[in-house]
Design a protein around this ligand. Structure first.
Ligand SMILES: O=C(O)CCC(=O)C(=O)O
Ligand SMILES: [Fe+2]
Length: 334
């Protein structure tokens, strides 16, 4: 059974795509080893981000042990009896998703769960965040180069530090009726870049074209990286922040580790002049800070909670804040 309140009625979950992961489109993988052809890699990356908003990277330089340690720790935690996990206050409020989540921001010191739990994870989390921070910087440099900009355009606001980043675990228990629900409803990510690692049980789906959903086949040692709303705005829409969701599996549980990357809260993201021309008029806020946007997101979240509004609109209203003219929202966010 799918408990009342978790069944999805307003979104079609295609069980064909849901149960098999063959029907996938795989954004072409970028091999990080062949750095000799950096300009080609940068151009490919920019093209994929502007068409799909998602890319898969292999040979990314993050040590397998670092990823494995995170998986092991997370598994230990999620294998605990539910009452014990509930004591750690791990569930996120709102939405109709069926996953359990838990995260940690190294620099913001922001926890979704109590300190005693985090202490056990601290070392693996810190190693992970450090490695993914490095990867973020590499990706952002390539993105700038791929758009014909100075390599440091998107990394300057990081000031060589980790920025305001959060690593989160999503745990999706098996569900006997996967076509009636979703592990995580369709949404876009508000942050700059998201780096996701899914375990061998797939479940991530990407929306592409006119609302078609594509499953991303899990591939060991790879990361799936996507453009968030802030990055879409910062690139004046050249890169796309694309809707995605997670489906559940009938028999197996699934774990994903998500790393949400952002610049430092007060640093200014201003749209590069080179990205504004007749063909690409300015559609987003010319400049904003992550703190401004984050404050807006938290306020919206609080308001929705106070009104007991569990309606997940996939970030539609949050994206509105980033747009220069609200009237273009309907074209931009479908
Ligand atoms: O678990 C997944 O595959 C998706 C997670 C995700 O999109 C998120 O946490 O924002
Ligand atoms: Fe997401």
């Amino acid at each position: 059974m799918v408990a009342f309140g978790y069944a999805i009625f307003n979104e079609k979950v295609c069980s064909k795509v849901n149960s098999q992961y063959q029907l996938l489109f795989f954004p072409s993988a970028i091999d990080f080893v062949s750095f000799t052809r950096r300009d080609k890699i940068a151009k490919d990356l920019a093209k994929i981000f502007s068409e799909w908003g998602f890319v898969q990277v292999v040979n990314h330089g993050v040590k397998t042990e670092v990823i494995d340690a995170m998986q092991t720790q997370a598994k230990k935690f999620f294998d605990l009896p539910l009452e014990q996990k509930e004591k750690a206050k791990l569930t996120r409020p709102g939405g109709s998703s069926t996953n359990e989540g838990f995260g940690y921001g190294v620099d913001s010191g922001f926890f979704y769960v109590g300190r005693p739990w985090i202490d056990r994870f601290q070392k693996s989390m810190e190693d992970y965040n450090k490695s993914l921070d490095k990867l973020t910087i590499q990706i952002l440099e390539l993105c700038a180069e791929g758009l014909g900009l100075k390599s440091s355009t998107f990394t300057e606001p990081y000031l060589g530090t980790a920025g305001d980043c959060i690593a989160r675990f999503n745990y999706y228990p098996p569900c006997p009726l996967p076509s009636l629900t979703l592990g995580l409803g369709a949404h876009t990510d508000p942050n700059l870049l998201t780096i996701l690692h899914q375990c061998s049980v797939g479940g991530l789906q990407i929306c592409h074209g006119h609302g078609s959903w594509f499953s991303v086949k899990p591939s060991p040692n790879s990361f799936i990286i996507n453009v968030g709303d802030s990055f879409e705005a910062w690139t004046n829409g050249r890169f796309k922040s694309v809707k995605h969701r997670a489906v559940v599996n009938e028999t197996q549980s699934r774990l994903s580790i998500v790393y949400f990357s952002n610049p430092l809260p007060h640093s200014i993201m201003s749209v590069p002049h080179k990205l504004i021309d007749c063909e690409h008029p300015l559609e987003f806020r010319p400049a904003f800070t992550w703190l401004d946007y984050k404050t807006h997101l938290l306020e919206t979240h609080k308001k929705n909670n106070n009104n007991n509004n569990n309606n997940n609109d996939g970030g539609r209203t949050s994206k509105l804040w980033l747009l220069r003219r609200k009237s273009i929202l309907n074209q931009k966010v479908k």
